[in-house]
Structures are given as C-alpha cells and as structure tokens.
Design a protein around this ligand. Structure first.
Ligand code: DAH
Length: 345
C-alpha cells in the first residue's frame, strides 16, 4: 500500500546518516533521480482512488521535500568538511609562492645573446659615451666636414659658443675610434649601446635605438675573416640553415663596404610582409676599416688591417620575436614586457 511505503521511506530518510560524499550520492541516486523512489511513488499515486489522493498527495509532497532538504544538508556538510580537511592537509613547511619581480627587456635579452656569441670568438665588450663630439662620431670615421654622408644620419646637435659642438652619437662606430685611440692592436671587441637620431617616431623609426658595433684589427685581417665571423654569428643566432648574402654598399669608414642580408627567418625565404616579399632581410653594415680611419686613430695602416660591422638590436629582436612596432620597446607596457623571460624571487 502506498500509505505504508510513504511512512517507511519517511522513516528511512529521517534516519539516514551519511558518512561520506559517496553515501550522499547513493542517497541522491536512490531517492531523487528520474527513476528514483520518489518519482516511482508519484507514478503509483496516479492510480489511487480520488478519496485517498487528498491525504496521500500531501504526504507524498512532504516526503519529496524531506528528501530534498536532507540531500541539501548533506552537501553542505561535506563541502564544509572538505574545506577543513584541505587546510589540515596543507604542508606548512613548503616554501611560499614566489612573486614576480619583472622580466628582462627583449632588447636586453637579444643584446646578451649577441654578446655571448661573439665572446665565443674571443671578442671583448667595450663601451663609450652617448654624448659625443664631432671627431669621434664623424671626422675620425672619415666623414669630412660638409660631406653629404653626414646627412645619412640626422643628428641631434648642441651648438656651443666655443665652436666645439657636441652631439648625441648617431651610431656606435664612435666607440671604435675611442678604442683604437686608447690602445694598441690587436683589437677584437663588440660595442653595444644606445644611439640617437632626429627622426619622427613611428612604427618603423624612433629617435633612439640600439646598435652593436664590431671591430677586429690585427695583422693580415681580410674580408674572408669578416665573412666567416658573420656567418658563424648568423648560424648561432638564427639557427643552422639561415642563408647569408653580402651586397656592395658605401660607408665612409669602410672600404670596401657591404650590407649583409639573411634569409627571412619568418617565411624562410618564401616572401612575406617582414621581408617585403623578397625572402631576404638586411641585418647589418660592414666592411674593411678604411686606412684613413686607422690612421686617424693612431694605428699604422701599413702594418694593420681590420674589419668592422654594425647592426641594430631592434632589427634583430623584431626578427626573432616578430615585433612589428618599434614603439613597443619604449612604452613600458607590462602586457608586452611580461611576454619575455620572467624572473621570480
Ligand atoms: N654605423 C653604421 C650605421 O649606423 C653601421 C655600420 C656600417 C657600422 C658598417 C660599421 C660598418 O662598423 O663597418 O648605419
């Protein structure tokens, strides 16, 4: 009889004392699912006589409510005890979570990588001042006064009353001059640093950027040495299989001069937006140090020869990380900066 069944289940629900989450689940499966006890009782209820329906309907609804409330209580009970259990099982002797103190700037990462590669070949690192005079930035490097080559680089000048104008260096080639003036050959150094040019800021140009200059001066240094060094550098930095080509060019401080392209690292030479469809991207200027420059810096061009090269760190970084807007490097947007190597303390 339905009446007895309801009373029996009501007692069972009341007495049910779950020990675990599994017990609670068993309860739900028994009473509350579509094919569970309560639904079945409602099915049976359909066929009782109309007189019985009144009292039985009420009992049945109460039973349903009792089962639902019981199950809700169980859920709360186990959720709470799970939380306390978690606290109890935490290993309080574990070290705390480190917090992020920042990340290296992509230009610093690439500069470091470039320096490491040249160190393998015995190059040392040298630096020079960012505020330069005309001699070190231009004249010693074989840019005669009024020479149109000076216009190749728009310079920030400060005119001084005494005529000794000063400038923000436009390239790191000025450090070559200082190095040769202050030492004796052989010289084998790379010179990373910031340079400045009077350019409107856009995605492709900035008023300051970074270069790495290279210089090797010794007896019998040849263009073959230059090519071999740069070839090694490219394989190390961009990976085996990166192709290299040299195009004749002009710089006042080197003779002969060349520009070096590498096969586009993004499309692997097929042609894309980065290489403007050509499959090649220019990465540096280079050449044999002009004898006039050696002489200007007190090095005997009869005895010594040398090569030099200069590359933009931004350019190399753009290729490595596919960064298309130069402004990102100096805007300090942490969403950009956090994408690079991160340090924890
Ligand atoms: N100083 C040149 C520039 O800023 C780059 C350069 C070209 C440096 C050729 C060199 C070199 O040492 O040999 O565009």
């Amino acid at each position: 009889m339905l009446h007895e069944k309801i009373a029996q289940y009501a007692a069972e629900i009341k007495q049910f004392a779950p020990q675990s989450q599994e017990d609670a689940e068993a309860f739900r499966l028994k009473f509350l699912v579509a094919k569970g006890v309560i639904r079945n009782l409602f099915e049976e209820f359909k066929s009782v006589s109309p007189e019985q329906k009144r009292t039985l309907g009420k009992d049945l609804n109460e039973l349903k409510l009792a089962a639902e409330l019981k199950y809700k209580a169980m859920q709360e009970q186990f959720a709470a005890s799970q939380a306390t259990q978690k606290v109890n099982t935490d290993d309080l002797t574990l070290p705390g979570e480190g917090f992020v103190i920042g990340s290296r700037h992509p230009l610093s990462l690439v500069r470091k990588e470039i320096v490491e590669i040249f160190k393998k070949l015995g190059f040392v690192v040298a630096e020079g001042p960012e505020i330069e005079d005309d001699w070190h930035n231009f004249t010693a490097l074989n840019f005669p006064p009024e020479h149109p080559a000076r216009d190749m680089q728009d310079t920030f000048f400060i005119k001084k009353q005494d005529g000794n104008d000063i400038a923000l260096r436009t390239h790191t080639s000025s450090v070559q001059v200082r190095m040769m003036e202050n030492g004796q050959p052989p010289f084998r150094a790379i010179m990373p640093g910031r340079v400045y040019r009077n350019e409107a800021i856009s995605a492709r140009a900035h008023c300051f950027f970074h270069q790495v200059e290279g210089l090797y001066v010794d007896e019998n240094v040849s263009f073959a040495d230059l090519k071999q060094t740069l070839y090694f550098f490219v394989q190390e930095l961009f990976g085996d299989g990166t192709k290299v080509r040299f195009r004749p060019s002009y710089f006042p401080f080197t003779e002969p001069s060349a520009e070096m392209d590498i096969s586009c690292t993004i499309c692997k030479g097929k042609g894309c937006a980065m290489c403007k469809g050509s499959g090649w991207v220019e990465i540096l200027g280079c050449g044999m140090v002009d004898p006039n420059v050696l002489e200007n810096c007190g090095v005997d061009p009869g005895k010594y020869s040398g090569y030099a090269f200069g590359m933009g760190i931004e350019r190399v970084t753009n290729l490595k990380y596919e960064i298309k807007d130069l402004r990102l490097f100096s805007e300090n947007d942490v969403r950009f900066l956090r994408q690079f190597e991160t340090e924890l303390i």
